[in-house]
Ligand binder design. Structure first.
Ligand SMILES: [Zn+2]
Ligand SMILES: [Zn+2]
Length: 305
């Protein structure tokens, strides 16, 4: 799968970073999914090889503006492009009323079907090629994390081996791929299991919403990748005049270690980290507590899993 960060700033956009959004596309798929949709996400999409036309699902972590104000523009643009495939939106309660209100007062006559699903609890959403677990988080408003668990993929069929054994191509190959027993006209018997490699384990990706307790993802230890906010370093957080329901780099790294995740990407970066040196403070703090691969996300950063 491919992941592209479309916005990595917390709260407000900066010259370097737009507000929250992340695109995800599974291998060999044309359609793709969006996680959060801050203002101007569609402008960010224009700078990538993704298109609004092929966007089929949007998962919103919570209804703060920096995570949803881009939705309205995306709906209008998808409509202008005469897209007809349905668009599904998954988000906490309130999204339906909010979108219906905007659609009504901006007279948006949608040509495609908009399906809105409100998330109200810890749940599992089942799709053809993956599942999404919804994880209630701890933030100043209702916020969910999404854990994408890709289905295992069937093992590779060894065509060359079948050819070398003189098995005629065609329907017999389909049977072998299906791990069935095949009997040739000459009497030889083959078991499909001997031609198909081990299944490819589906990847597990944690995509956190705004949250001050990353250990809430405890059911998903050993995830292949954890993408989670760390809005501040611990030092800066301790000196804030007011407390925020966000995670620090130190706290996230300790959690990532405890969960045993294989890779960590920090996002939702406070605008105060406005230079490479400042961003490096977040990274260095995390590296002290988590020894796996860790990165601080930047806009248009791509990850292939
Ligand atoms: Zn936010
Ligand atoms: Zn928030």
């Amino acid at each position: 799968m491919q992941i592209i960060f479309l916005g990595t700033s917390a709260g407000i956009p900066t010259k370097r970073r737009n507000v929250s959004a992340l695109g995800l596309r599974l291998e060999n798929e044309k359609e793709w999914y969006l996680f959060d949709c801050g203002e101007a996400t569609q402008h960010q999409i224009l700078k990538t090889d993704l298109s609004i036309y092929n966007l089929s699902k949007i998962f919103i972590t919570h209804l703060h503006g920096d995570h949803i104000y881009g939705l309205f523009g995306i709906l209008a643009s998808k409509n202008m492009q005469r897209a007809i495939s349905p668009l599904e939106i998954y988000a906490p309660k309130g999204i339906k009323e909010l979108l219906e209100c905007v659609i009504k007062y901006s007279n948006l006559n949608l040509h495609f079907e908009l399906k809105i699903f409100e998330i109200t609890k810890k749940d599992v959403l089942k799709f053809e090629k993956f599942k999404i677990y919804t994880i209630p988080l701890s933030h100043s408003i209702t916020s969910y994390g999404y854990v994408l668990v890709e289905n295992d993929r069937p093992g590779r069929f060894d065509v060359q081996k079948a050819k070398n054994l003189g098995i005629p191509e065609g329907p017999l190959y389909a049977k072998l791929k299906n791990k069935e027993i095949v009997i040739l006209e000459d009497g030889r018997v083959f078991d499909g299991n001997d031609f198909v490699g081990p299944p490819k384990k589906g990847k597990v990706v944690i995509i956190g919403g705004d949250n001050d307790n990353p250990l809430l993802f405890k059911d998903f230890n050993n995830a292949d990748l954890m993408i989670h906010e760390a809005t501040f370093t611990q030092k800066d957080f301790d000196n804030l005049e007011k407390s925020y329901k966000h995670t620090t780099s130190k706290q996230l790294a300790i959690a990532a270690k405890e969960l045993g995740v294989k890779k960590l990407i920090i996002t939702h970066i406070s605008p105060r980290y406005d230079s490479d040196e400042r961003v490096n403070e977040l990274l260095e703090e995390a590296k002290k507590y988590y020894k796996g691969e860790v990165k601080v996300a930047y806009d248009f950063m791509k990850v292939v899993l």
